[in-house]
Design a protein around this ligand. Sequence first.
Ligand SMILES: [Zn+2]
Length: 279
Amino acid sequence: MAVLSRSVAPFRRSCCVGSIRRFCSGADSKLAAALRTGKPVEGRNVQWVFLGCPGVGKGTYAARLSNLLGVPHISTGDLVRQELSTPGPLSSQLAEIVKQGKLITDEIIIDLLSKRLEAGESKGETGFILDGFPRTIRQAEILEGVTDIDLVINLKLREEALIAKCLGRRMCSECGGNYNVACIDIKGKHGSPGMYMPPLLPPPHCESKLIMRADDTEDVVKERLRIYNELSLPVEEFYRSRGKLLEFDLPGGIPESWPKLLQALSLVDHEDDKKSAAA
Ligand SMILES: [Zn+2]
């Protein structure tokens, strides 16, 4: 686990980071408090949620933060996959839903999540980062009754970059490795900054075995984004009105975005410091 310490920078300073957009409301002071306090509630670690549309990379940032903060990264996608691989009544029910192409109900997701949180608590876990949940306003409301969420980080990426990233996804048909052939290079204009995200190219032995998901076409990707936005805007509003929503516009790839995200969260990654000192 990476060594963690909170920087002394108060929220006022970190909120000057250009990539953070804050919404003016009475909720701001609550958000400021949530960001200032490393352990929001005595005796436990952070209980955070990551929001962001498909392809934004929230799994990557959630995993990094969970590693840094020493809390589990709980992805509801993983919970469903795990349950499917464990024989039992719920597993067969889930398999049937997936087979019929139906959406897994809020009840099942909440049930899986509650079980995971309880199991974690009994093992001594004192916090979590949720990824992929809540997806709907109803799930957000139910989650309120299950546990306290301190902070919701809403990751955003410019739509043109997001679509290019989704269309650039490739998987190796042999080893299952995930790559991205899109090289995003948006020139800055009219005062808006440019954006560069290098491709994540496969090693030579995977190059000839790359496949694309059949549903990664521009129309399908745009439709996926539209559905995501329709469902998630009320979820964002739900947390914004409670002073828990932190909007974060990704300025580019991981090397650029990670330090800025830490800064926005008033976190310091000493592993990164060591790496840059050694470089
Ligand atoms: Zn491969």
